[in-house]
Design a protein around this ligand. Sequence first.
Ligand code: SF4
Length: 179
Amino acid sequence: MSNKIRIATTSLAGCFGCHMSFLDIDERLTKFAEIVEFDRSPLTDIEHCGECDIGLIEGGVCNSENVHVLREFRRKCKILVAVGACAINGGVPALRNFIPLEECLGESYLDGIGVENPQIPGDVELPLLLDKVRPVHEIVKIDYFMPGCPPSGDVFWKVLTDLLEGREPSLPYDLIHYD
Ligand code: SF4
């Protein structure tokens, strides 16, 4: 059994920009790879999150599948971190919260410019949309938050090295931003 720190990451209603920013830790990735291994993440083929030390959640919660994945991460990860504006407050996807869901679906699939063969997708395999896009802390307990859209590579590095070295994560003022 490996004694590396096990990390899982996922994107719910997000754009993967936070994941891209994670890679901005650049050459520090090599050092990181010596002490951590990835469970479910875009880097692996793992479909369900296993027992992990740290879970990183990008994106808010917009549908039933997001709720399921988020709850699984909460069950399996000792520490759960909300990464980026979408996870923390819904971000850009939550702009739809100001418009009735029926109107959003109509604009996207029935009445919008360029729509051909108008019909709202209804396959049973599709996850059900929630009426509103929710921040992750409204669904499960979140231990730490990484602000930013996206958080910079330096924010990832600071929070993760704090956690890996057993410290309470803290960000210096110049790393805290919400844009
Ligand atoms: Fe994308 Fe920004 Fe949301 Fe991250 S916080 S998923 S970069 S929109």
